[in-house]
Design a protein around this ligand. Structure first.
Ligand code: PMP
Length: 373
């Protein structure tokens, strides 16, 4: 049996991709609506989608939204949202250095560098504790030049699964605001980490609540299972409504020569679900089921290692958050598991918990046990 734990997409207990029932229903409604046509969307995308996406991340009664200080544009999933945000910053923001966590999602440095930003890193992960290197993070952000951009994973940090606590987020916020560092949140897993959309958006809302500026890139790939539909949004929170309007005109100038306007289908699915309270509720239930299955895989794997008496501290498996576990296994151990047990994962020892099932947990535990003993 082969087990592929390298993929960054959700799989069911049977190892199959999942299309949410609420997504199927929304698509059916769209197909049945004969008034729908295939005209171009505006450059900024579907208005309802943008409005609902901002509410989803900033909260229903966000003062920034009410004060019209937020501009939101529909983009091509999380990657496209990061790219449009980065292109905008490279052209219009005075401090063109962006700090990204070490390590981070492999595409981050490429997206930002090709947009024309200077990429630097801040310490994030501590291999010794398999947790957050909070002191290193604080030191690095403290010595960053005033005004620099800082990329923050909103929740479920990829690849480490390590997130700051609420208290640490508050300290990061105070530090960043005191140095006028600009937060750029990458929110690729809202709801997918804890199973609760509001809880996972807490760090972003903490920063938005202080009235300062920030950028947020949202993806519906994971939390709505819309991977290939490429649906996401970029929001920029400004200090005044007047600035937000100007930012929107500039965003149009960034988007127009890249792809003119975004695709209509995925955004229509999302807007249909977010606008209808009954469909929204069904979505939250299906989303929680995905998150719960992943959390249950963490517990099963942890228990299986305990039963085997596998040497070492494996508590990080249940402490880490989101789709991935950063196992702490080294390149040789990973290669051994692939050769002897046909278990595939990235060479940095990251495994996708979403690719595991009750059937494959014992095999993985056997492989880890053999690799470390
Ligand atoms: N950011 C992070 C941290 C991710 O893990 C991913 C998906 N792997 C993305 C952004 C973007 O994904 P997509 O473009 O498919 O929304």
């Amino acid at each position: 049996m082969k087990v592929n734990l390298g993929v960054g997409a959700y799989r069911t207990e049977e190892g199959k991709p999942l299309v949410l029932n609420v997504v199927r229903r929304a698509e059916q409604m769209l197909v049945n609506d004969s008034s729908r046509v295939k005209e171009y969307l505006p450059i900024t995308g579907l208005a309802d989608f943008n409005k609902m996406s901002a509410k989803l991340i900033f909260g229903n009664d966000s003062p920034a939204i009410q004060e019209k200080r937020v501009t939101t544009v529909q983009c091509l999933s999380g990657t496209g949202s990061l790219r449009v945000g980065a292109e905008f910053l490279a052209r219009h923001y005075q401090q063109r250095t962006i700090y990204i966590p070490q390590p981070t999602w492999g595409n981050h440095p490429k997206v930002f560098a090709l947009s024309g930003l200077f990429v630097k890193t801040y310490r994030y992960y501590d291999p010794a504790t398999r947790g957050l290197n909070f002191q290193g993070l604080v030191e690095d952000l403290s010595s960053a030049p005033s005004g620099a951009v800082v990329l923050l994973h909103a929740c479920a940090h990829n690849p480490t699964g390590v997130d700051p606590t609420v208290e640490q987020w508050e300290q990061i916020r105070q530090l960043m605001r005191s140095k006028a560092l600009l937060p750029f949140f990458d929110s690729a897993y809202q709801g997918f980490a804890s199973g609760n959309l509001d809880a996972d958006a807490q760090p972003v809302r903490l920063f938005a609540a202080d009235g300062g500026e920030l950028l947020a890139a949202q993806s519906y790939a994971k939390n709505m299972g819309l991977y290939g539909e490429r649906v996401g949004a970029l929001s920029i929170v400004c200090k005044t409504a007047d600035v937000a309007a100007k930012v929107e005109s500039q965003l149009k100038l960034v988007i127009r020569p890249m792809y003119s306007s975004p695709p209509i289908h995925g955004a229509s699915i999302v807007a249909t679900i977010l606008k209808d309270s009954e469909m929204y509720n069904e979505w939250t239930i299906e989303l929680k089921a995905m998150a719960d299955r992943i959390i249950s895989m963490r517990h099963q794997l942890f228990e299986a290692l305990r039963e085997r008496g596998t040497p070492g501290d494996w508590t990080h498996i249940v402490k880490q958050i989101g789709m991935f576990t950063f196992t702490g296994l080294n390149t040789e151990q990973v290669a051994f598991m692939t050769k002897e047990y046909h278990i595939y994962m990235t060479s940095d020892g990251r495994i996708s918990m979403a690719g595991l099932s009750s059937k494959t947990v014992p095999l993985l535990a056997d492989a880890i046990h053999a690799a470390v003993t």
